[in-house]
Design a protein around this ligand. Sequence first.
Ligand SMILES: Nc1ncnc2c1ncn2[C@@H]1O[C@H](COP(=O)(O)OP(=O)(O)O)[C@@H](O)[C@H]1O
Ligand SMILES: [Mg+2]
Length: 272
Amino acid sequence: LKLKSSSWEWFNLRGKVFKRKDASWVDEYVLLVRNIHDQKNTQKALLKAEKLSIQGEIARTFAHELRNPLASIGMVGEVLNRKLKGTGKESFGNYFKILKRSTKTLNDLVTNLLNASNYSPAVLKEEDLAEIVDSALHKAADRIYLSGIKVKKKYKGSFPILADKEKLEIALLNLIVNASEATTPGEGIIEMEIKSHKTDFVLRITDNGQGMTQDQIDHIFEAFYSNKETGMGIGMSSVKSILEEHDAPIKVSSRLNEGTTFKIYLHNAQLD
Ligand SMILES: Nc1ncnc2c1ncn2[C@@H]1O[C@H](COP(=O)(O)OP(=O)(O)O)[C@@H](O)[C@H]1O
Ligand SMILES: [Mg+2]
């Protein structure tokens, strides 16, 4: 029913015959009108919580399953590194460093995933967007280096936003990793730009990768949607939920074989 305040609310209606003249005529009905708006809202909230807890359960399982193979990779790296000592092949040392750093990064991600799936809600504080972008790029540095990607930073100065630094960093890292995976090795360019727009800062992440079809674009934020052979499809869905906690809309535009642009809108903390 529409209320006077012109907002809609849910009502439950039940009717019953109260007084009947004869078999073919009813004089009076009683109508029971019950406002079930709050009940409906609770129902919706419960559904959402249930969905989240299933997602959390899946995330936790994944995270635990990742721990063991990760530990093995790390250990094998250490052992190989030691065995190479004194064989004149120390030049491989750099690769082992990358292996070590990467397993650490993954381990951290797993820890973050475990933490995130406990739904520790985002704790927003005033942070500098440029700093968060820098540190996400730093975390992706090995991957960027190994894929021969050129990063163009188009921002200078500081951009005050309200953010959960760790969470936002994970979201940006996911976007950067996807961008790097979409590009052709040796030819990739990723642009990171921050601009002011009204009361927002707009962070633009553009890659010159393989791009997406409209059908792909329509699905990227769904959990477990992936077009990659070994993809888990949880990156973008976590990006979405993290950005929702920051009240930050994200827009995507993409052209097949040309590249993809994501734009994220974050409030300027000093303006609101
Ligand atoms: N920058 C991008 N360029 C092209 N496709 C992308 C990009 N970012 C995301 N996608 C598409 O979105 C899908 C989902 O991404 P994600 O949730 O991170 O899962 P995953 O990377 O494991 O496949 C990817 O499989 C890919 O098809
Ligand atoms: Mg991904």
